[in-house]
Design a protein. Structure first.
Length: 322
């Protein structure tokens, strides 16, 4: 190779390297994650697993910009993400999803574990979301009747159920309202125990004691989840069979949990992120419903409460903690 050919080869090599660097930079989008303080890293790890399965490597082919705080800080954090010029927002829980939607109508938003996305205004419909929000729904409100049925099956004489919930979350308001009809069918009186901040729980427990319920149902969202240890302790002290949405609560001493596999929803969210980063419009991607559900029971807690778990529930349970 003569000198001129060598120079051209070096120039070409440099051009190729510049193109490669530009392509690599272009292929490394930024995803903003907006969430409440993580109830468990198990969920977010499930998202990262889903992304890795699709070929993404955090810090190399995908950069993640985290914003985390209590529900009341969600609007501020969402605005901060929008200003940081990210390509997509992952907002798994209801408060984060609502804040992100109010902060931007342009940046795509993927949700993972919200309830009724249509009635809460996040999407026009499941089949055709229409706006900048898509992802997966946990169908929380549609599972309320099943949770009441499980409590009634465990305690056939049950008549009064305390419902611990956060009315500041639109999903939970819908869930509370949808519990009323199945409760009437089961001849159960629902006792509303509301919490809006961590400071409300002691008063909520005192109110519950005065109302003398025979069981407790905790409507799942980040605030109640973050205080689940206090709720479980209260239920044990008051000798109340308690049902939650999440298996972690049963692992920590609650009687029973029934709900969607949230880790599966997080993992499947990676598919939406991938499609949108490759050019799909969120409004054209149908919102999918939960397909996997967990029923977990704690036999040790049942024994402590003097409750006999029916064989039908033990046979259906995905896990029985001895």
């Amino acid at each position: 190779m003569n000198r001129r050919d060598t120079v051209f080869a070096l120039l070409a090599s440099g051009a190729v390297q510049r193109v490669a660097v530009a392509q690599q930079s272009k292929a490394a989008p930024r995803v903003g994650v907006l969430r409440s303080p993580p109830p468990t890293d198990r969920l977010f790890q499930a998202l990262l697993v889903g992304l890795r399965e699709l070929g993404y490597v955090e810090g190399k082919t995908l950069f993640i910009d985290y914003r985390q705080g209590d529900d009341e800080r969600m609007p501020e954090l969402a605005q901060d993400l929008v200003r940081s010029k990210i390509d997509l927002i992952f907002a798994p829980n209801p408060a984060a999803a609502q804040a992100a939607r109010k902060a931007t109508e342009m940046i795509p938003i993927v949700v993972a574990a919200v309830g009724d996305v249509v009635r809460t205004g996040l999407a026009a419909s499941l089949a055709h979301p229409g706006g900048n929000v898509t992802g997966l729904t946990a169908l929380g409100s549609d599972l309320s009747s099943k949770r009441l049925e499980l409590l009634k099956e465990i305690v056939p004489s049950l008549t009064r159920v305390a419902v611990l919930w956060n009315p500041n979350v639109p999903d939970k308001l819908l869930e509370w309202k949808r519990m009323e009809q199945p409760a009437r069918v089961l001849r159960l009186e629902l006792l509303s125990i509301e919490v809006r901040t961590q400071a409300d729980f002691d008063l909520a427990f005192e109110s519950a004691r005065r109302l003398r319920p025979e069981a407790l149902i905790a409507l799942g969202e980040p605030l109640v989840f973050s205080q689940r240890g206090r709720v479980i302790q209260f239920a044990a002290q008051a000798r109340l069979p308690a049902i939650f949405n999440w298996r972690e609560a049963v692992e920590e001493g609650a009687l029973i949990a029934y709900g969607p596999d949230i880790a599966d929803l997080y993992r499947r969210s990676a598919i939406y992120i991938d499609k949108i980063l490759k050019g799909a419009k969120p409004g054209d991607l149908p919102i999918e419903e939960a397909t996997r559900f967990d029923l977990v029971v704690n036999r040790k807690t049942a024994n402590a409460l003097g409750v006999t778990l029916p064989e039908s529930i033990l046979l259906l349970a995905d896990r029985v903690i001895e």
